[in-house]
Design a protein around this ligand. Structure first.
Ligand SMILES: Nc1ncnc2c1ncn2[C@@H]1O[C@H](COP(=O)(O)OP(=O)(O)OP(=O)(O)O)[C@@H](O)[C@H]1O
Ligand SMILES: [Mg+2]
Length: 239
């Protein structure tokens, strides 16, 4: 479902990512950790086609990301959702309107849209805010809208960038339950986080640790067979 082979990315002379190789199967749950500036967001942006894959290779949900045409990105994004670090929700629209947008874009009948939106908002304890404009919500509430919008389309792959950054510990755990709930129905999840607690609370999840754009550690992550795995083998011995 996802295969990266020596994926690298530079902003000018700064290598934000260097030689990242791993693969994920459907239903996997991967935490990407590492300090600020380690390359977590850059990795997710490459997977979502927000940055071009020019060094190394990436395959995502059957799409080859190298040279992917702009017209194919909407098709990719029918299968891949992204919860952004800065939410990217529409402030003047209501909660329900924000969450409904992606379903309406797929021409889902309005009654079905309303049902799905309510169900997802209920799961995130946001039902009573459904008709509130997003600009007046708290940071944590906005974050939950961003999550609702990403999961409402039932993606094959869910990318989440620090999704619990603005939440108190209890809500943060609840949110993790939501992700795990979707994961248990087969959605593959990649979650970038600084939080060690989140990791330690999820036994059996895969983990990739980034430092200065490089793989500094990994557990239970498969390297693709055709990766030049010298560096990777060294990492595996450490972890
Ligand atoms: N648009 C950009 N232009 C130039 N450099 C960038 C850009 N975006 C990221 N970088 C650089 O790439 C590196 C990786 O950044 P990235 O945002 O991927 O880190 P991160 O692990 O997500 O950090 P954080 O935990 O703070 O979100 C950093 O050195 C950053 O300064
Ligand atoms: Mg980031």
């Amino acid at each position: 479902m996802l295969k990266l082979n020596r994926l690298s990315y530079n902003f000018g002379s700064n290598w934000a990512l260097k030689d990242i190789s791993f693969s994920l199967e459907k239903g996997d749950y991967l935490y990407v950790t590492g300090p600020s500036g380690a390359g977590k967001t850059t990795l997710l942006r490459l997977i979502f086609g927000l940055l071009p894959v020019t060094r190394g290779k990436a395959e995502v949900c059957g799409f080859t990301m190298n040279g992917i045409h702009r017209s194919a990105l909407p098709l990719l994004r029918r299968q891949v959702s992204f919860v952004f670090q800065d939410f990217k929700i529409l402030p003047h629209r209501t909660v329900a309107e924000n969450v409904a947008l992606a379903l309406q874009a797929r021409l889902m009948p309005e009654q079905q849209v309303r049902k799905r939106v309510r169900a997802v908002l209920r799961g995130l304890d946001m039902e009573r805010k459904a008709d509130t404009r997003c600009e007046v919500l708290s940071g944590g509430e906005q974050q939950r809208v961003a999550v609702a919008r990403a999961v409402v389309t039932n993606p094959q792959l869910l990318l989440a960038d620090e999704p619990s950054g603005n939440l108190d510990p209890e809500l943060s755990l609840r949110l993790m339950d939501v992700f795990r709930h979707f994961n248990s129905f087969g959605t593959t999840v990649i979650l970038a986080t600084h939080s060690r607690e989140l990791l330690s609370s999820h036994k059996g999840a895969k983990m990739l640790q980034l430092e200065n754009g490089q793989m500094a550690g990994a557990s239970a992550v498969n390297a693709p067979p055709d990766a030049e795995a010298t560096q990777y083998a060294a990492l595996r011995r450490q972890s």
